[in-house]
Write a protein that binds this ligand. Sequence first.
Ligand code: NAP
Length: 504
Amino acid sequence: MTYMLHGKHLIAGEWVAADKTFANEPVSGEPTEFSLGTVELVNLAAEAAEKAFWSYGYSSAQDRAALLRAIADEIEARGAAITEIGCRETGLPAARLEGERGRTTGQLRLFASHIEKGDYLDRRFDPALPDRQPAPRPEIRLMQRPVGPVAVFGASNFPLAFSTAGGDTAAALAAGCPVVVKGHSAHPGTSEIVAEAIHAAIGRLGIDPGVFSLVQGGNREVGSALVTHPLIKAVGFTGSLAGGRALFDLCASRPEPIPFFGELGSVNPMFVLPEAAKARATAMGAGWAASLVMGAGQFCTNPGIAVVVEGATADKFVAATKEALAKTGPQVMLTEGIARAYHQGQARMKDRKTVRPVTEMVSEGRSANPNLYETTAGQFLADHVLSEEVFGPLGLVVRVETPEEMHRIALSFQGQLTATLHMDEGDLPLAKRLLPVLERKAGRVLVNGYPTGVEVVDSMVHGGPYPASTNFGATSVGTLSIRRFLRPVSYQNFPAGLLPEGVL
Ligand code: NAP
């Protein structure tokens, strides 16, 4: 299936254009002009979503599962065109985008099967106790209900799996919530063709078209208007700490505050424990380097910091990392802005007196070369900038003198998406000491692995304390992510004829 980009917004089943345009930034070929998002379009999309909620919000799980599967089918039908447009816009290789497409369609189908099972409703039932003294107890049932229209911000670093039909959209649609997507300006063409797939699925099933709208970006007013629109009841976001925090604050300051599920920054520390380092420092260095440069370091789970006990094994670990990084050439970053931020992040590191360069390479234009620095525990604890995320393939080794120092470093971290322990049997006492700290800091704790590569499963948590995310009780990956767009309602003393479908 070939596809010609037209550059319009999808508002409740109609492709519409506003007066002004912005251009995408393809890695190769001519830029395409896209209609700029407007506040008026946000209003139209939110109103259509609210109207659609009155049918879609009360549809059966089977009907919503059919929509999720139809979207997956329509994405697959456009697979080659999506990859072609996505590669041009993001610079990501075809194999990565094909893998991400599989993850996106797999996610849609997993959520379809999950809601069909019904467990996601967390239904509860307390029977009446008419003879209870001093007062009888009424019959009470509990069930989850969809919250209403949801705003989704497409992520720059996952143009498919975390964008137009990505995890947030799939979770909201699974829950029964219409979605208004704010397309990311890094890949408007990819957003458009995926929106076309959703549009086709909705049309095929005869669902109210207000269930899905795409408003393209290019204008910061769009995001602000979306999160402050009174008909929007929750927001899903992946992006920068600054952008996410600004939108989170807007959500909190509304007359009716709403939840903002933001996935922001994380350095994903790895703790290399002494016995594991003795046994396989070289292999771990190579493994870390591979994880660090994957996708030009543009993964939220990129392990940016490794904490290792000073000595010969630390030297071996650093040498192996350096050797593996030297074999990596420059990689194209997602946008010129993200590349600029990476270059600035590296310059910030380079200027610090508290670090020593191990591998330092100049990056130009939209490309990123890997960089590696090292520091001591004392310097790391004294300089908070060292614990901030540099989005891209930049690693920092923190050499500690003692296990106590490693514990102090663990305590010093802010909230993280992940924390990793590299350990052997002999490291168990230290691992047991670190675990309570890491559990408090991270949404996912791993042993002997690398955090890039997030499984989409029932037991996944992709979230964590702030600033990893803005809601530590939620995940943006896996079936538990559907819960973000539901709220519990109790039904007390209901006659059978009035009980909503699906309650126990
Ligand atoms: P971003 O600048 O936070 O943008 C994300 C989305 O929010 C975009 O749609 C953007 O609109 C919108 N936005 C940002 N600030 C806003 C504001 N003040 N008001 C209204 N809307 C706003 O993130 P990005 O463009 O994806 O990447 C920039 C940086 O984010 C990267 O260098 C990296 O540091 C970080 N990042 C982190 C992760 C992670 O998972 N930790 C993932 C991706 C990016 P526009 O498109 O119109 O700008």
